[in-house]
Design a protein around this ligand. Sequence first.
Ligand code: HEM
Length: 466
Amino acid sequence: MLTDDILSTTLETGIDPGNPDIFKIFLDDLQGNILKGHGRDYSVHLLLRFKATPAEVAAWLEGFTKQYVKSAAQQWQETARYKAERLSGGVWANCLLSCQGYEYLGIPPFKIPTDKPFRLGIKNPDIAQTLGDPSASQWENGFQGDIHALLLLADDDSQHLQNVVSGIADTLEQIADIVQRDDGFILRNAAGQVIEHFGFVDGISQPLFMKSDIDAAKEKDGGFDQWDPRASLDIIVTKDPNGLTEDSFGSYLVYRKLEQNVKKFHTSQQALAQTLGVDNGLAGAMMMGRFQDGSPVVLSDTPIPDNPTTNNFNYDADTAANKCPFHSHLRKTNPRGDTGRVVSSDDVAQALAMEKKHRIARRAVSYGNADLTAAPETGSGLLFLCFQANIENQFNFIQASWSNSANFVKVAVGPDPVIGQPQGTQQWPSQWGAPTREAVSMPLCITLQGGEYFFAPSISFLANLT
Ligand code: HEM
């Protein structure tokens, strides 16, 4: 059985499903896509409101799980087969429940996952206030009522995915209404890198759990001497109260549909560049923390030709934030030791260890207009998904206490100019490396269109619901 000690230990080499050892049962019963992204190019998110009897709903979910949902172990086998024989794993699926979904199924309260925000739901006014969100009445219609479940389906072949989804939608009709459907895709730049709508390479920095990911990152970045991305399992999974094995775990998922006003972002970026007298690329890098190609702005005032997407860096040599502003999206959402170095120097290692407990596993995809030249103002954005073991201490903490706060990591640095809400005034280095500051207020370019908190239960629970 996996003890708390094992779960809280950062594994030197990570988990190797080819040689699972004590993790065998765990990997067989945990849904895939949690420890490592599923990697498909197209995805469909079906948000459901149940309408049949609990027994009928349970039977449908059980059948769906047996047919489509894959475990972490199966995900690994598929990847291995793909590498060896180029054989696609086919359709990907996850099945997740909201707190109201558990209640609908008649699961007793003491068996419903206990995370506080999960229990309250993301529409709860206190949660909305904590996160600085617009009230649910301003969201897209589909998000406004009860949401019981999320089915995530994905494939590399978009037509095949559409066919599978329409087959699933037909049978779903008997037990649930699809109150919201969000289609996502991987947006890429001309170089084939994964980007988001503002044009920046995304998904570079993640907590790593698997041996293959750790080996690849180590090789790419020449080691982890500046930043160690490895993480212990207790930041990503938590015991599934309904699991049928001794190592049944699940993970909380935050789902947020974030509309990006691309035109407004580019206009604000240009205005910032003009005010500071720097070039447009550098202004964007000071907002994001990386240049569009991924180069960390703390390392250079121009994109780095070799390995721009390095993740082996920190802010040790920039404690005054003259190169990478404290408010930049990257530094707000992962301060890489700032809380120890900048705020108090009592115990830097302990402060870093605490900070690292707030990390999330991002699984976002883009939606809307895939034309990179379009600069849409509405209708496009990021389906922001992230897994974690504790919503309050991870996603909510990052959004509320770091990104939204004008006073993190120091007084009056201003909110994160990308995702911080409400709008505030940031203190920007007058030039890269300069100790002087210019106050500029970035407008909000991202609007929440709706969302919910979910739990990805163990497969043994979902496959034995009846
Ligand atoms: C990193 C964009 C929303 C948390 C990044 C990166 C980009 C980006 C371009 C750099 C790539 C990387 O280092 O992986 C965006 C956009 C968003 C968005 C356009 C909304 C439309 C969010 C939200 C959160 C978040 C809502 C959490 C509250 C993070 C974290 C990192 C990151 C933790 C990695 C930082 C690091 O480890 O250095 N984001 N992001 N992002 N973002 Fe976001």
